[in-house]
Design a protein around this ligand. Structure first.
Ligand code: PNW
Length: 456
């Protein structure tokens, strides 16, 4: 199928990765353990007992990987920095070998004409800081500020695009309430506390980044999801949608962009907390003005009203919210393919934030293999790419100021609790040989980029 949709001049085409998911070398170069090393070491947490090694051995293969990005024609590359490489004790001394790696990566990207988009935190908190309370501690804000200063102080002369956090919903609710991610806690209130402290850390870092990098474009990446109720909803269904929307979206949108928590959410969590975790001045810190918003979106969330007793929730404020199975065609993650929900959440994100939006992640997992002809035929991923890019174009036409799209992911990698089983790459990785093979979808993405730049 020919895809010939056009995008505005200056639209940026990229691909994204994250440190823990691709680097490997978890004990090399002075890196200390992260909460994901600890979590993966416990049987039952990650499929096949997979760990952060070998991943894509990107720590040792970085120059070739950048050459591959160049071959794909990428304008931009979004990566994250591993806090335990840069400050192995969490706070204090900077590890020269750790920060040097990212320094070389930035130079290699710039030499190849690729713009770096740096995420400071994509879930690999130093274990030593979790030992001191992790994101449940308010001290996490100054810890993060110190770490941000170390990274921006070193790379800020060449990097303009800075993202504080990746998907704080995942590093709070998914990690502290649902126990799916490190550190694997299962407590209804903890998710909310972690979310607040993550945003406080974000807001603390914003002025530090601006000080150290004049001209910086400062951002946060959220993973908002369109919450869909039944077609013919009852009042109780609408209330379930409202509660779920507060937990997934409002809990971040409102403090970051409106300087307050949703009132209805504070009422819904009143049985858990009197709100005293929110100190005077916190919301002013959290709502520091940003330059753009990163949106990661893969699928919508379907809910309806259920019996609170029969469906106990561990998501704060979601009493009585029952999850509904995804509909229609699913990906290998079991995620619903719904480009129209993608369009809707992009519009909503642009409106809520009033900011330019970058899609900092979007993509799909499929059970890809290398064929006898040496290629990786992944028509489903290509179809997902086409349909979601079409949705991006429609959102732009309807008024959203969308500046770029980053495919998740540049290459197959460690997919968190699913280990190496789930493949999101537009490039295939053979984890035995570490051979990289551009998939058919990767070739198609390269063609779309070349066409956009009038190179085809
Ligand atoms: C995002 N959920 O994770 C992350 O930013 C990536 O590191 C990850 O590889 C990618 O999406 C694909 O999963 C998510 O359960 C993990 O809702 C889980 C969820 C959402 C996003």
């Amino acid at each position: 199928m020919a895809f010939d949709t056009t995008f505005p001049d200056g639209f940026l085409w990229g691909a994204a990765t994250a440190s823990f998911q691709i680097e490997g070398a978890t004990t090399e170069g002075g890196r200390s353990a992260s909460i994901w090393d600890t979590f993966a070491a416990i049987e039952g947490n990650v499929a096949n007992k997979d760990t952060g090694d070998p991943a894509c051995e990107h720590y040792h293969r970085m120059p070739q990987d950048v050459v591959m990005m160049k071959a794909l024609g990428l304008d931009a590359y979004r990566f994250s920095v591993a806090w335990p490489r840069v400050i192995p004790d969490g706070v204090g001394a900077v590890n020269a070998e750790g920060i040097d790696f990212y320094d070389r990566l930035v130079d290699q990207l710039l030499d190849n004409g690729i713009r770096p988009f740096v995420t400071l935190y994509h879930w690999d908190l130093p274990q030593v800081l979790d030992d001191r309370g992790g994101w449940l501690s308010r001290d996490s804000a100054p810890w993060f500020g110190e770490y941000a200063a170390a990274v921006v102080g070193r790379l800020g002369d060449r990097v303009r695009n800075w993202t504080t956090l990746n998907e704080p919903w995942c590093s709070s609710f998914l990690s502290y309430s649902l126990a799916h991610h490190a550190p694997g806690h299962a407590d209804e209130l903890e998710g909310l506390l972690a979310a607040h402290h993550l945003m406080l850390a974000h807001g603390t870092a914003v002025p530090i980044i601006r000080d150290l990098c004049p001209g910086a474009e400062v951002s946060i990446t959220l993973n908002p999801t369109q919450v869909l109720g039944p077609e013919d909803p009852t009042a109780a269904d609408l209330d379930a949608v409202r509660r779920a929307d507060n937990n997934y979206n409002g809990v971040f949108y409102s403090p970051l962009f409106h300087g307050e928590y949703p009132n209805s959410m504070l009422e819904d969590v009143a049985h858990l907390t009197d709100g005293s975790f929110i100190h005077d001045g916190d919301l002013a810190t959290i709502s520091a003005p940003l330059d753009n918003l990163g949106v990661n979106n893969y699928f919508p969330t379907r809910v309806r009203a259920g019996d609170p007793g029969a469906n106990p929730t561990r998501l704060a404020g979601c009493e009585g919210v029952e999850a509904v199975a995804p509909q229609g065609a699913l990906t290998d993650m079991g995620w619903e393919q719904n480009p129209d929900a993608h369009r809707q959440i992009l519009l909503r994100s642009a409106q809520e934030s009033g900011l330019p939006v970058y899609i900092t992640e979007n993509g799909s997992a499929w059970a890809d293999t290398v064929s006898a002809d040496g290629a990786v035929h992944d028509p489903e991923r290509t179809a997902y790419l086409h349909s979601h890019l079409q949705a991006v174009r429609e959102a732009i036409d309807e008024g959203a100021d969308i500046r770029g799209y980053f495919a998740w992911s540049l290459m197959d990698n460690f997919e968190w609790a699913f280990g190496y089983d789930k493949r999101f790459g537009i490039v295939h990785v053979d984890y035995d040989s570490q051979v990289r093979t551009i998939k058919d979808s990767g070739h198609e993405y390269a063609r779309i980029i070349a066409a956009h730049h009038g190179r085809s």
